[in-house]
Design a protein around this ligand. Structure first.
Ligand code: ATR
Length: 284
């Protein structure tokens, strides 16, 4: 089940702390490459593996890894909600998202964190140099990926945050959990986006996975708009539409690296530098 990606750094086996990313599918995950680069850079003796969990066997997989002495795991699609449910303790970020993407095994139980929101914010504000404060922000989607970034986006104090989703009540439910009443956050359907313009448009739907376009008007992209697709590794129809509308376009590779840096820092107590790793994976 455990598919080791790289030779761990050259130290005795008992000195190596083992980590993994767990998901289904998992074969294309870039996390082993990213974490191995962080480990080399910060001289941490860790190994990092890919683990494919059966769709009905996430908890058993996690407990098995814990018994094998793993120190922590990253969790990816489709297990982030299940991961939340099995953790004994949660960080504030995990509680706000209701989902966990980073697990740490400790003698006091299983800790769950969520670094997706911080990863997105770091990529947009730092790497892409686009402040969110005071901006009109549109979040497309209201599933797990959107849930993980909704509250962190609000915490940046945008002028407004509109959540548009194919299924309206999911967007309404998400917006109703808004902790900051001062910021206007609104739920709507894609049709309601006519006559609205945004400075930052974030695609958190999974439509791009099946090459599906979203029924959004091209007028949503204001002048100098940043269009961000949280997916990486492909040019989605959303990105094509945004580019054709004159927006600056980014995919989610930078977010992936930034959320990994947060997870690594939570596990190892040292924050890796991300720019060189972004260059290595072609995100810059
Ligand atoms: P994830 O963990 O990737 O967010 P999810 O929780 O299943 O996965 O959520 C998928 C999101 O993409 C939802 O917002 C979904 O819309 P619905 O809530 O209406 O299902 C959205 N989505 C997926 N395929 C879509 C499509 N073809 N058009 C529009 N929205 C789509």
């Amino acid at each position: 089940m455990v598919d080791t990606y790289v030779e761990p750094l050259a130290v005795a086996a008992h000195d190596i702390d083992r980590y993994a990313v767990v998901g289904n599918p998992i074969a294309h995950s870039k996390s082993p490459f990213i974490h191995t680069a962080f480990a080399k850079q910060t001289q941490q003796n860790i190994s990092y593996e890919r683990v494919l969990a059966p769709l009905d066997g996430f908890e058993a997989t996690i407990r098995s890894l814990m018994q094998q002495g793993f120190k922590g795991v990253n969790v990816t699609v489709p297990f982030k909600f299940e991961a939340y449910a099995l953790c004994d303790h949660h960080t504030e970020q995990a509680k706000l998202a209701g989902a966990v993407n980073t697990i740490k095994f400790t003698e006091h139980g299983i800790w769950g964190d969520n670094t997706d929101g911080d990863g997105l914010i770091a990529d947009i504000t730092h790497n892409l140099n686009t402040p969110i404060k005071g901006k009109r922000v549109l979040l497309l989607g209201a599933g797990g990926a959107a849930e993980g970034v909704f509250q962190p986006l609000l915490a940046q104090h945008p002028a407004k945050l509109v959540v548009a989703n194919r299924t309206l009540d999911k967007a309404e439910k998400m917006v109703s959990k808004s902790f900051d009443a001062a910021i206007k956050s609104v739920a709507c359907t894609f049709e309601d986006l006519k006559n609205q313009q945004f400075d930052i448009v974030i695609n958190a739907t999974s439509a791009g996975l099946s090459d599906m376009a979203l029924p959004i008007p091209s007028s949503v992209f204001a002048e100098n708009c940043l269009a961000y697709d949280m997916m990486y590794g492909r040019e989605t129809p959303f990105m094509v539409q945004a580019r054709a509308s004159g927006a600056q376009v980014a995919d989610g590779l930078g977010m992936l690296i930034e959320q990994a840096a947060e997870a690594f820092s939570g596990w190892r107590g040292v924050r890796p530098e991300t720019k060189s790793v972004m260059e290595m994976v072609g995100a810059l």
